[in-house]
Design a protein around this ligand. Structure first.
Ligand code: NI
Length: 193
């Protein structure tokens, strides 16, 4: 196992549509090593989600793991390590909510992005079994952020109001205090994914 380098915005692989994994790849040593490395990388960088293209592997694979409780991301529900192969999103309810998103491939920035807040996620597990799970609220945003990476899309593409893009330091200093006063700025859970 090893920590891999996370590639950053500007690297062309982050803008490519990743290829689906074939079933016969699921129990390959290469894929299991990639997943183990991605887990190490996620822990080392301190994120809550990571998509394979972020470690320069253009395949449709993403993982999410949220420690839960009072974390440096705020108070979050625990989500155990979930490995998604060839995921698809079904929108259950179009009603959107916004969060200040961050991305390990865009270090130092936060941007306010609105996304549907009730989705169903369909994917293969490593045994090749079809799985589905439902996600609401912040978790729905995390899945959509990760799966965007598989289509070459970054959160900055989805910012509707360009004034709501900030450096983390300025975000913490100027934006968060306003949000905590209940300004109409939406939710503010932190996420680097
Ligand atoms: Ni990201």
């Amino acid at each position: 196992m090893a920590v891999r380098k996370i590639i950053r915005m500007g690297h062309p692989v982050l803008r490519r549509r990743a290829r689906p994994l074939r079933r016969e790849e699921l129990d390959s040593v290469v894929l299991h090593r990639l997943i183990a490395d991605m887990v190490d990388t996620l822990h080392d960088y301190g994120g809550i989600g990571l998509a394979a293209p972020q470690v320069n592997e253009s395949v449709r694979l993403a993982l999410i793991e949220i420690p839960g409780g009072p974390t440096r991301y705020g108070e979050l529900d625990h989500v155990p390590l979930t490995v998604c192969v060839n995921p698809e999103i079904e929108i259950v309810d179009e009603t959107a909510a916004g969060y200040w998103e961050g991305c390990l491939s865009i270090p130092g920035l936060r941007g306010f992005v609105e996304r549907p807040q009730h989705i169903r996620v369909h994917f293969l597990d490593l045994g090749g079994e079809r799985r589905e799970l439902e996600a609401t609220g912040f978790l729905a945003t995390v899945f959509q952020h990760e799966f965007d990476h598989l289509d070459g899309r970054l959160f900055v593409d989805r910012i509707k109001d360009p004034t709501r893009l900030a450096f983390e330091e300025e975000f913490a200093r100027y934006v968060l205090p306003l949000e905590r006063e209940g300004e109409p700025a939406g939710e503010s859970a932190d996420a680097s994914a």
